[in-house]
Design a protein around this ligand. Sequence first.
Ligand code: NAI
Ligand code: MG
Length: 534
Amino acid sequence: MKTTATASRQRTSVRSSRSQRTQGQAYGGNGHEKEHNGHPSVSPGLAAWLAKPKHNLIAGKWVSAANGKTFDVLNPADGSVIAHVPDSQSEDINRAVTAARKAFESGPWRQLTPSERGKIIWRIGDLILKNAEELAELESVDNGKPRAVAKVADVPLAADLFHYMAGWATKIEGNTIPISVPYAPGARFHAFTTREPVGVVGQIIPWNFPLLMVAWKLGPALATGNCVVLKPAEQTPLSALRFGELLLEAGVPEGVVNIVTGFGETAGAALAAHDGVDKIAFTGSTEVGKIIVRAAAGNLKKVSLELGGKSPNILFKDVPDLNAAIDGAASAIFFNHGQCCCAGSRLLVEKDIFDDVVSGVAERAKKIKLGPGLDAGTEMGPLVSEEQLNRVTRYMNQGKQDGACFVTGGSRQGDQGYFVQPTVITDTDPSMSIVREEIFGPVVVAQPFTKPEEMLPAANNSEYGLAAAVWTKDIAKAHRIAAELRAGTVWINCYNIFDAALPFGGYKQSGWGREMGHEVLNQYTQTKAVVIGL
Ligand code: NAI
Ligand code: MG
């Protein structure tokens, strides 16, 4: 059996990002709050949880990876090691898929009434709220986001998703359909449809909203009666593991949800390619989305994808309230440090207010207090990993080389942790990579326009189509523009408004299918037509 240290050294040779770290101390469960690298440490309860060995959840049991290997989980605020989790490979995925198949075909899950299933799902939502403090703290220390933000956004949204989906368990209905059958004159039939679970679902999720992505994926899968193998992102596996404990507490039968930690190229790839998996649901980069599609071709498993974005945020000179629109433009890009698939990363501003908007967003950027997520005053934490830090700074350097103007920001902040300055850029042209590509950091490019006719092609000039926003008090103009925007979500005079009842997903290369709302239930059910000769 390999030790953790050996595993992480081996890992260093194949991927640099998370393994090149400052040598830190795993948090010990020693029961007192200690300062860690000068920052407030985690609470005693969470420290004790972090100190416990971490395992995969397979068939209702907590088990090590088959090869015994683990990898390090880092706190992005300082690069210290906070836990070790299984470095799962295809054998672990095999075991998890077998457990999910068994649970689907012969476990008690199928026998539960929809009402009983709904009650379990409701209890999951309740347990998230009951453990809100701990989950927010865990999310903060694992992902880097401010604890206060996780507490008011990630955690309650995750709970709400389960509460919303619980109600759907009893409402998965088919139709009765009058049929004519032209080649059977005089014959009579009774025909109806039922909607059945797809079966065993593989779910691969990213690190930007680790707990919330667990909810978006598991909520509809469970409401519709599927069994799941979930692989959290290697950067942020911890809230999924804590969540596994809550699933057992809520009464989810063994094998219904299996949670396997590991890297994308190994555990993720094995899950996407597995012949025993009926459907794969993925959120992450467009690049990996295409790899998933190719891997899924082997057994033609169903695929749903929620991918990248480069969303236009359009401000007309007749915004209802300039200050509120500037606040909205700033939070559209700076929320979650810009690590949002729907971040408002392209600001399109009518010429008359362009200077005011740019200077207003830049002023707000300068005032954002960067710091570790656990510090009470922190408004923006670090990026999730050294890999993301390098990616974001590489884009900014390219933008400088291309001659763009950096109104504020443009660099890494400090030399510890993965902090990046909130950045506002002007004087771009559409060929620049900072305008075309998803940066996934707190970096916005702003460009002026004079007429809607010239703005719309620019807004739609992207391979992505996840979200967009329009700010104007002319309601007819807002509707006209919303209809023309090629995006799965359009916000008018607001941004980043999500709800469990509202479908979310992408046009173009931003994905396949929708998450949330009742629309997502189609992704997790298949229709059976039944015909009875009378
Ligand atoms: P990624 O797409 O590589 O990772 C997302 C998930 O996919 C993780 O769980 C990862 O383990 C898994 N994965 C990676 N390679 C895989 C493979 N070959 N087969 C199966 N699963 C695989 O994203 P990454 O590298 O963390 O971030 C790169 C960029 O992707 C970001 O800068 C951002 O632009 C975009 N991204 C978009 C997200 C979104 O919400 N749409 C979320 C995360 C990243
Ligand atoms: Mg990747």
